[in-house]
Design a protein around this ligand. Sequence first.
Ligand code: EPZ
Length: 438
Amino acid sequence: MESKMEIFGGRPLKGSVEAQGAKNASLPVMAAALLLKNNTLRITRAPDLLDVNTMADLLRNLGAEVTFSNHEMEIRTPEEISWETPPDLVRKMRASSLVLGPLLARCGKAVMPLPGGCSIGSRPIDLHLKGLTKMGASIELVHGAVHASTKGLTGCRIYLDFPSVGATENLMMAAVFAKGETVLENTAREPEIYNLAEALKSMGAKIEADGMGGIRIQGVEGLNSAEARIIPDRIEACTYILAGAATNGEVTVTGVIPNHIDSLLAKLEEAGANLTVKESEVTIHPSPRLKGVSLKTLPYPGFPTDLQPQIMAALCLAQGTSLIQESVFQSRFLHVSELNKMGARIDIQNNSAVVTGVDALTGADVAATDLRAGAALVIAGLAAHDTTVIYNLEHIFRGYEKIDEKLLQLGASVRVTSNPAVAEAGDRHDARRSSSCR
Ligand code: EPZ
């Protein structure tokens, strides 16, 4: 049966939820475990998400042993692992490309289908490949797959044309065993980058990050067992804060790191929201109707592109007009047509959206096109004064753990049919390939 979420909206959310561990920190930290040989990486506060379980399947397919329960994960890679990634899993999740750097560093080889584009743009990995080539990898594209190999990577200076999160992570991991020093410049500065760096350092890597886009890595011989704790998911936390704003409710999100979400808090205050910020929790209180604001998505610490659909949903009900510019992805506006079906008034001009505030949204049948677009539809549905049905829920459960339960905890009227997150775990990928390395 098709998965769907029914929301009977129009009531202010009230209550408190705890932030999950960050999806976008968990995925690179899991990939980093491939750098271990006969050692174990223990990860705490890992969120139980479709994407995290897909990464676990990918690592199992490469030969790792992965156990995961109650937000605690253990990844052990044996003496020998495969360096050929399974196309079906790579196509399922772009973040699979994060195994490229670790496999090259550990095995000197990697075969990986190019990750496809998705609903938010083409999403190439040219910056990843350019950096790896400069470190001494030879890269060939064969039938849409990256065939990478090296006799040993060598440290060098790499300036990233764009502060790509994934390229920063892949190159940091590739540099761990490289000969000499690697200096990465103009890197991404998202909190998830530093979570990965801390995890690698706990495993014995020599990494220094200056917090301003410079990262130095001294090559080492090998890494050891370690434990890594995942930071709170700043995007999930802000999604619930924005749901509170859109329903004029009183929502507290606990277990957060407030300075990771400064850009959203500042924008909400500019729009007139009443917020209380404590050491590890943020509360949004009932506020006068939000005022329209302007924003442009930027790499961290700028306003995050991963919150653009969600804040757009909240600003649909603001007093006045908002201008939202998307500068990180080519086309991240597929949620606009779905929001307009709910009575929103949004016009797209190039890579900007002009949102004219309306007094109310109405329920509709809408479809999630990607993770954050789905989250925007949830926010709009919670605010709309009747029933909204959201289809293609698998997008939402890729990044929001137990979102239905958390919304019920906040007093929402929500029902999920055939929850994709609880579907059979499916066949775990244990097939080992001949392409393995020690
Ligand atoms: C990470 O994706 C996140 N995913 C994304 O979150 C997030 O939107 C993005 O960073 C930006 O913050 C994970 O961390 C798993 P990028 P990533 O490389 O690494 C272009 C979510 O909703 N680019 O910083 O793929 C690219 O096309 C997801 O949780 C190149 O042109 O993002 C995009 O326009 C969605 N060449 C821009 O840079 C490259 O080699 C940012 O991409 C790499 C990227």
